[in-house]
Design a binder for this molecule. Structure first.
Ligand SMILES: [Zn+2]
Length: 387
């Protein structure tokens, strides 16, 4: 007989794998795959292009459409430079809390979902329960698209997705999307006294940054769309977080690097924003090249996350509200993989135990009451799926 672990025991195992996004998650995936297999649940890996990481998906119940996906990420943020009073890679119970990296974001939910899969295996489900575990959520949510495509190709189509990011089990139906660029401006160095024969990478960068400022001002003046109205602020914002360039006050800068990111409200399309930005880049690059052909602008788009758009009468919202009893309407300011599932045609909400305020913090924790409430939520889900 295989040993059936409690969700709490599973959480202990998961936290003990230091699955920081920059490192491999394969030891964790090996363990989950093995544990599910011991309980008769076959799982499928979707390896990363470089082979050092993998997504994992699985299904229990009848092989028919109309099931439900429980989605979670296996990676966690680093603990470098953080002042922890407990071992981040071991669950420590103290004052009604479970401390450890990922307990809140989001191995707590992943542990509950794995326990629910094993429990569901012994039940007579009318629709399938599917599990989707990803890597690289914390570094831009781009990888999960491969997981979703593999599930679409392999499994009967589920009718709803619950992304179990910490929302204290409130039903979150919307979040902003985002995308970002690393921009490298390549200018041409001359003495600044003959500025007109050189190209200052710093000053050309300023033109692009000014373009971003103007878009912000324009967006703030516009009337928010109906899907954006719930957000603070209810418009798409552009932000330059870092910039570096130049070597001396009297040399036109050869190089300038900056990062530009967009937070995009539902109703706006990140791709439209990117097209507008890239058109401006092309315009400025042409001006630079007219002075020195070797001048150039290099773009590296390093993350892209579609917004989660509140659905009117969506299946995921309806089902999750029944289970959680939460009838408020909530949007959040952080991104999740929910936008990617929705972009692939799934009705999607974000709902999971724990408070996002504790995510990414030193001494990250989940309240034991929240963990138990998450277990009760999934118990009700299973009961409903057998009815
Ligand atoms: Zn998360």
């Amino acid at each position: 007989m295989p040993q059936t672990l409690s969700a709490r025991d599973i959480l202990d195992r998961l936290v003990a794998f230091p699955s920081v996004s920059r490192d491999s998650n394969l030891p964790l995936i090996d363990w989950v795959e093995g544990y599910l297999a011991e309980h008769g649940i076959g799982a499928t890996r979707v390896p990363s292009p470089c082979g050092t990481k993998a997504h994992l998906f699985a299904q229990v119940g009848p092989d028919v459409p109309g099931g439900l996906i429980l989605s979670g990420h296996t990676d966690v943020v680093p603990v470098d430079g953080q002042d922890w009073t407990t071992d981040p890679w071991q669950v420590t119970e103290r004052d009604g809390r479970l401390y450890g990296r990922g307990t809140c974001d989001m191995k707590g939910f992943v542990a509950l979902a794995i326990a629910a899969m094993v429990q569901a295996r012994g039940m007579d489900l009318s629709r399938p329960l599917q599990l989707a575990l990803s890597y690289d959520e914390e570094v831009g949510c781009m990888a999960v698209v491969d997981l979703i495509h593999a599930m679409v190709d392999t499994l009967p189509r589920a009718e709803a997705v619950i992304v179990g990011e910490p929302t204290t089990l409130r039903v979150v139906t919307g979040h902003k999307g985002g995308t970002g660029y690393r921009v490298h401006m390549r200018g041409f160095e001359v003495h600044s006294s003959i500025l007109h024969r050189g190209v200052s990478a710093v000053m050309e960068a300023a033109r692009l940054i000014q373009w971003a400022n103007e878009r912000n001002a324009e967006n703030a003046r516009a009337t928010p769309g109906p899907l954006a109205a719930a957000f603070d602020p209810p418009w798409t914002t552009l932000h330059v977080g870092t910039i570096a360039g130049g070597t001396a006050h009297n040399i036109t800068a050869r190089d300038c690097h900056f990062s530009l990111s967009f937070r995009v409200v539902p109703g706006d399309d990140p791709e439209t924003w990117c097209a507008a930005f890239e058109a401006e880049v092309a315009r400025i690059e042409a001006d630079m090249k007219a002075i020195r052909p070797e001048a150039a602008i290099h773009l590296d788009r390093y993350f892209a996350l579609p917004p989660l758009r509140p659905e009117r009468g969506g299946r995921a919202e309806e089902r999750t509200r029944r289970l959680s009893g939460d009838n408020g309407s909530h949007v959040v300011s952080y991104g999740t993989e929910g936008g990617q599932f929705q972009a692939q045609g799934y009705s999607t909400v974000v709902c999971g135990p724990g408070d996002i305020a504790q995510a990414h913090q030193p001494d990250e924790f989940i309240e034991i009451d929240q963990f138990k409430a998450g277990a009760a939520f999934l118990d009700r889900l299973l009961a409903e799926m057998t009815a």
